[in-house]
Design a protein around this ligand. Structure first.
Ligand SMILES: *[C@@H]1O[C@H](CO)[C@@H](O)[C@H](O)[C@H]1NC(C)=O
Ligand SMILES: *[C@@H]1O[C@H](CO)[C@@H](O)[C@H](O)[C@H]1NC(C)=O
Ligand SMILES: *[C@@H]1O[C@H](CO)[C@@H](O)[C@H](O)[C@H]1NC(C)=O
Ligand SMILES: *[C@@H]1O[C@H](CO)[C@@H](O)[C@H](O)[C@H]1NC(C)=O
Ligand SMILES: *[C@@H]1O[C@H](CO)[C@@H](O)[C@H](O)[C@H]1NC(C)=O
Ligand SMILES: *[C@@H]1O[C@H](CO)[C@@H](O)[C@H](O)[C@H]1NC(C)=O
Ligand SMILES: *[C@@H]1O[C@H](CO)[C@@H](O)[C@H](O)[C@H]1NC(C)=O
Ligand SMILES: *[C@@H]1O[C@H](CO)[C@@H](O)[C@H](O)[C@H]1NC(C)=O
Ligand SMILES: *[C@@H]1O[C@H](CO)[C@@H](O)[C@H](O)[C@H]1NC(C)=O
Ligand SMILES: *[C@@H]1O[C@H](CO)[C@@H](O)[C@H](O)[C@H]1NC(C)=O
Ligand SMILES: *[C@@H]1O[C@H](CO)[C@@H](O)[C@H](O)[C@H]1NC(C)=O
Ligand SMILES: *[C@@H]1O[C@H](CO)[C@@H](O)[C@H](O)[C@H]1NC(C)=O
Length: 764
């Protein structure tokens, strides 16, 4: 059999160039557009973690009993009921593992919940809810006997304003994304389900994400420091939380496919970050057989890809070592043992939609959590003179296609939200948008539309409703107390957005506002939606970003509009005044030719860092969101934690634990502030800590919390700062480096609304 070496050859070229430039030690190369070789793959051992070590012992004893064909079978996918099915070895009790989407709910199945998308979970800025979300998802995946849940998402991070999948992540900040990644992994794996953090790495655009007739995939070219401080950062939290598998991405990274990028897989992931689990290819992302095996890929999906019999042959002829194949299988089985799935895991209960099958209802009472997260993730950005909350109105006008249920949402069997089709190019979704399109789309058991939930409230208040979901210039009933306009902004896997607005919706809002002095706009958006066409209209009295709230959409927005919940959601991205304000960070790169290149020349300066650097005033900054109450901030204190090592680099250790050097996770300082509720309602507030790391971007978020405070009450919030939070990646030393000197601190209600300041000092 012929093993494809074409892309492996391409991988070697940059190395030769590096050598020709006189570098002798690849770890000192400040690479950019070149991916240095790192071989061989470190064998998984369990590292310093006793539970992982015990899982490895059990996995090894099984692997030694397996024939080469059986071992190779475990490293590939097979057609089956699940989105992915690994090979089984029934004589040794090794089952076919079942892999399933989506990050916001099991896709394509019945009696499962449709959770909010991660962008809504990110906008809660609430670690507790992030954990509860992961736990509830884990319960559902476990209930259906799914071994591996393809979540959470840390890449795309949200580099591009128009990126088609940015809504699948927690938001455009590595600290926020990392908090979400860690908490969701804790939650999902706490239920015994293997989490699969994705997509490793630098997957920031849909355009040319896959190779095709035009040539290879886009190459995300990024410098080593940015790679660590921005893009690998959130994955560190997932690894630290113990994530047992990672999915590699479709794109090339520094000109080497992510599925065979030895620097990213063998180097950063398995050496530097001590990853003990297994790496799965994204579906059809494998591009070569020997190259991917040796670069650190452990499992190819959804079929044999370039492996199967080819891998057996490659081992027989010495192209891939038997040690490497054993390590692949050991890593897969160790993850299975580590999550105790050998001890009575439920049978796979996944079925095709078009056959009759048993009911396996895994919904539990997750609807109430979905409703809570939906409301907590709702971001109020304009509220003139206390327009909101509504005060038991007797008469409402309701407008817009997003207020109603869509006519026929199941555009592919069982999937809400459609997607994939590049020619689709929808800007909006005709019906209420509760998730985006593509593989991240979920399958709601039902949807409470905004109209349904508002109608229930109005009925309770013995009121009257008038509605028009279709017209761009609807009739206004002058006796109504408010006009609610529901619009959305759609995005999907497989294509990037071409606009952050749309003419129909903007005209609808303007037409209503022209005739209605109390116009309230609700936006369900799969990412950024610019609003400058009408945001300053004097009759637009309130504006809410409700993002992607899942099946309880209507109840969640009604809870906020009626004041049962005071809004505390914060924007997990920057909303610009003009789309052009995003500059190079607006569109995907469309460089043509067989080897398209996307140079991340902005380095660390994405989202709010970009607006800060160029002094561009956004419409609504990262972290922004209003409340029904008001808060005062006081008494910022800084306490250095005694007894921890504040050396420039983490103390040398050979100990391997997931997430990198253990010292990176040590808390060095606690910052506290006191928040007082000075308004008239009990409400939650989301204080955020921004720090200035010497030689880094001026302001980066390194702490947040969501606290409920009673009227006239106060709360003390603590932001623990770890060594990692205060370090930069030293590209020469290849270590996280604590900067000596003074770090300015800003604590406030957004990235620009600073309330109290201070500083901390690290001895140099
Ligand atoms: C490989 O796995 C598949 C799917 O579980 C199974 O049907 C097949 O028998 C296995 N083949 C070998 C050689 O073990
Ligand atoms: C496992 O493989 C055996 C053959 O070795 C096959 O009969 C069985 O159906 C497979 N089970 C699953 C779950 O794939
Ligand atoms: C093996 O390699 C051949 C030739 O490149 C390819 O056609 C085949 O799909 C590969 N995969 C498997 C599972 O045999
Ligand atoms: C808001 O209140 C201020 C002060 O009472 C008043 O001047 C202004 O006209 C009000 N705006 C609206 C839109 O009602
Ligand atoms: C939504 O679909 C309805 C038909 O159900 C149609 O009348 C309406 O024009 C569509 N709205 C938009 C904004 O495309
Ligand atoms: C973004 O892409 C659109 C086409 O979708 C193009 O018209 C526009 O010029 C691009 N803008 C920038 C800043 O690259
Ligand atoms: C605001 O609404 C009122 C009432 O319908 C209308 O008379 C007025 O012209 C509107 N203002 C603007 C600026 O459109
Ligand atoms: C990307 O950066 C490389 C290395 O600096 C440079 O050679 C190349 O021309 C750049 N490509 C584009 C499309 O800007
Ligand atoms: C300020 O905060 C510190 C630490 O929480 C606390 O010990 C101190 O009492 C607070 N001082 C005031 C004036 O609130
Ligand atoms: C701190 O780390 C340095 C460098 O590894 C080491 O020499 C020193 O003993 C450590 N100190 C403490 C208190 O652990
Ligand atoms: C620092 O904060 C953490 C987390 O809130 C807390 O557990 C710890 O006790 C604090 N340490 C000190 C010394 O204040
Ligand atoms: C390469 O550089 C790293 C970091 O400077 C150093 O630790 C390592 O020993 C060097 N390796 C060789 C082979 O010189």
């Amino acid at each position: 059999m012929v093993i494809s070496l074409s892309t492996a050859g391409a991988l070697l070229l940059p190395v030769l160039q590096v050598c020709a430039q006189g570098y002798t030690n690849v770890s000192e190369v400040p690479y950019y557009g070149q991916s240095p070789p790192v071989y061989p793959t470190p064998e998984g051992t369990g590292g310093a973690n006793p539970a992982w070590r015990s899982a490895y012992t059990r996995a090894r004893s099984l692997v030694t009993q397996m024939t080469l064909e059986e071992r190779v079978n475990v490293t590939r996918g097979h057609t089956g009921l699940c989105v992915g099915n690994s090979g089984n070895v029934s004589r040794l009790g090794v089952p076919a593992l079942c892999f399933s989407d989506a990050p916001d709910g099991i896709r394509g199945q019945e009696f499962v919940s449709a959770f909010p998308a991660q962008i809504t979970v990110g906008s809660t800025f609430d670690r507790g809810l992030m954990y509860q979300y992961g736990k509830a998802l884990g319960q559902e995946y476990r209930g259906k006997g799914i071994n591996v849940a393809l979540l959470p998402v840390g890449s795309p991070l949200g580099r591009l304003a128009r990126g088609g999948r940015a809504w699948e992540g927690f938001g455009a900040d590595p600290y926020l994304s990392g908090a979400g990644m860690g908490a969701v992994v804790d939650g999902v794996q706490g239920q015994g389900v293997i989490g699969q953090a994705k997509h490793w790495l630098l997957y920031e655009q849909e355009y040319r994400r896959l190779p095709g007739s035009e040539g290879e995939s886009i190459s995300s070219n990024v410098d080593d420091r940015t790679l660590h401080e921005l893009y690998a950062f959130p994955f560190m939290d997932a690894l630290h939380a113990g994530v047992a598998s990672v999915m590699c991405s479709y794109n090339r990274a520094n000109n080497s496919y992510a599925s065979q990028n030895s620097k990213l897989l063998n180097g950063v992931l398995k050496t530097e970050l001590g990853f003990q689990g297994f790496v799965t290819s994204d579906w059809t992302a494998q591009q070569a057989g020997v190259a991917s095996a040796n670069a650190g890929l452990d499992l190819t999906m959804p079929d044999g890809g370039y492996w199967g019999d080819n891998l057996t042959e490659a081992v027989r002829n010495g192209s891939v070592s038997e040690t490497r194949v054993n390590d692949m299988v050991t890593r897969i089985l160790a993850a299975w043992f580590h999550l105790n799935q050998d001890q009575g895991y439920p049978e796979v209960g996944v079925y095709n939609y078009n056959v009759q099958h048993p009911i396996i209802d895994v919904q539990d009472d997750h609807a109430s959590l979905i409703r809570e997260i939906g409301a907590a993730g709702t971001v109020l950005v304009k509220n003139v003179n206390g327009t909101l909350p509504l005060k038991a109105p007797r008469f409402l006008n309701i407008y817009g296609y997003d207020a109603k249920l869509p006519d026929s949402p199941w555009t592919t069997p069982s999937r809400y939200g459609g997607g994939y089709d590049v020619n689709f190019d929808w800007h909006t979704f005709n019906g209420t948008l509760v998730t985006g399109g593509g593989s991240g789309s979920n399958t709601p058991p039902y949807i409470i539309s905004p109209f349904q939930a508002l109608q229930d409230r109005v009925i309770r208040d013995r009121g009257t409703l008038r509605w028009d979901f279709d017209s761009v210039n609807p009739t206004i009933y002058a006796n109504a107390e408010a006009c609610l306009v529901f619009i959305n902004a759609y995005a999907s896997e497989s294509f990037d957005r071409t606009t952050l607005t749309d003419t129909f919706s903007d005209q609808l809002v303007q037409n209503v506002a022209t005739n209605c002095s109390n116009t309230i706009v609700v936006i369900h958006s799969a990412g950024i939606r610019v609003v400058d066409a009408w945001i300053d209209h004097p009759n637009v009295t309130a504006v809410v970003y409700a993002l992607l709230p899942g099946q309880e959409s209507g109840n969640a927005i009604a809870d906020v509009l009626y004041g049962d919940v005071s809004p505390s959601g914060r924007l997990p991205f920057t909303v610009a005044k003009n789309e052009s304000d995003y500059g190079e960070l607006l569109n995907s790169t469309v460089s043509s030719g067989p080897f398209p290149q996307s140079n991340f020349t902005e380095g660390l300066y994405i989202d709010y860092r970009h607006f800060d650097l160029y002094n561009i005033t956004p419409r609504f900054e990262f972290g922004y969101g209003l409340s029904y109450s008001t808060f005062s901030y006081s008494n910022l204190t800084v306490s250095a934690i005694s007894g921890v090592n504040m050396t420039e680099y983490p103390p040398a250790t050979t100990v391997v634990t997931q997430g990198g050097q253990p010292a990176l996770w040590e808390v060095l300082f606690n910052i506290t502030v006191t928040i007082t509720n000075t308004g008239s309602v009990a409400a939650a507030e989301v204080p955020q800590l921004y720090i200035g790391i010497p030689t880094a971007p001026e302001r980066q978020m390194r702490g947040f919390d969501r606290v409920h405070i009673l009227c006239e009450g106060h709360a003390t919030v603590t932001f623990p700062l770890t060594r990692r939070d205060l370090s930069v990646w030293d590209v020469v030393a290849q270590k996280w480096k604590l900067q000596g000197g003074s770090y300015p601190l800003w604590v406030g209600a957004s990235s620009r609304d600073v309330k109290v300041t201070g500083s901390l000092k690290v001895a140099s």
